[in-house]
Design a protein around this ligand. Structure first.
Ligand code: PGA
Length: 250
């Protein structure tokens, strides 16, 4: 079955009120590309503002806590994201797995909390450079997929983002053959576990996607979209990626 292309901007810890106009420009330029689903995940502080300024736009969080409320200073719960106007959340980004010590079990609990709150989920996986160089990338990523995916979910509520850690923010990208091998392996693992629903699940690629390489990466087999960091911060850089996805969607 045809899976709709999905282009998601991860603003990370960038952007304040001065960036609202950038988000408006991005969604205005994306609107004619009706064959592509577009989302922006800004810092928590901007979710409510962007959701209010851009009705109908998909706004997401970059993380959530696994609990619905409680004594967790500094954390944000999935129902709070919903309350602020988010409909999506990223979980398991490598900057959270590595920078904040999140395990597969933590990521799974966050994904379950997010689904339970009514959010859709982008669940990130990806190998470090040493694992890629040792030839163990596919085993590493499939173990993350097995350990972090919730036990059950609707196929249209969760996407996986394959983000090789060594490609994030570095300008390095894997070969198309390596991307296709990884995405194919993830799809096969999903099929073993979930049967035909695996054909409906979207698998995004992330790591140094830009306007120049988007068509090639998004056109690769089993690549259903992109999770974009640095190049999602301005309309000038992000819109060409959305347009490349639209071109491929036909
Ligand atoms: P990048 O980040 O596009 O800046 O490499 C991608 C990500 O971390 O999601």
């Amino acid at each position: 079955m045809a899976r709709r292309k999905y282009v998601v901007g991860n603003w990370k810890m960038n952007g304040g009120s001065a960036a609202i106009g950038e988000a408006e420009a991005i969604f205005a330029a994306a609107a004619p590309h009706t064959s592509v689903d577009v989302a922006i995940c800004p810092p928590f502080t901007l979710i409510g503002t962007l959701a209010a300024a851009l009705p109908g736009a998909t706004i997401g969080g970059q993380d959530c806590h696994h609990a619905a409320s409680g004594a967790f200073t500094g954390s944000v719960a999935a129902p709070m994201l919903v309350d602020a106007g988010a409909t999506l959340v990223i979980v398991g980004h490598s900057e959270r797995r590595d920078g904040c010590g999140e395990t597969d079990a933590d990521v799974q609990a966050k994904a379950e909390a997010a689904l339970g709150a009514g959010l859709t989920v982008i669940l990130c996986v990806g190998e470090p450079r040493a694992v890629r160089e040792s030839g163990g990338a596919i085993d590493h990523v499939l173990a993350q997929v097995a350990g972090s995916l919730p036990a059950a979910f609707a196929a249209n509520r969760l996407a996986i983002a394959y983000e090789p850690i060594w490609a994030i923010g570095t300008g390095l990208v894997p070969t198309v053959a390596d991307v296709e091998a990884m995405h194919g392996a993830i799809r096969a693992a999903l099929a073993t576990r979930f049967g035909g629903a695996a054909q409906e699940m979207r698998i995004l690629y992330g790591g140094s996607v830009n306007g120049e390489n988007a068509a090639e990466l998004l056109g690769a087999r089993d690549v259903d979209g992109a999770l974009v960091g640095g190049a999602s911060l301005t309309a000038g850089k992000f819109v060409p990626i959305i347009a490349a996805a639209a071109e491929l969607a036909g």
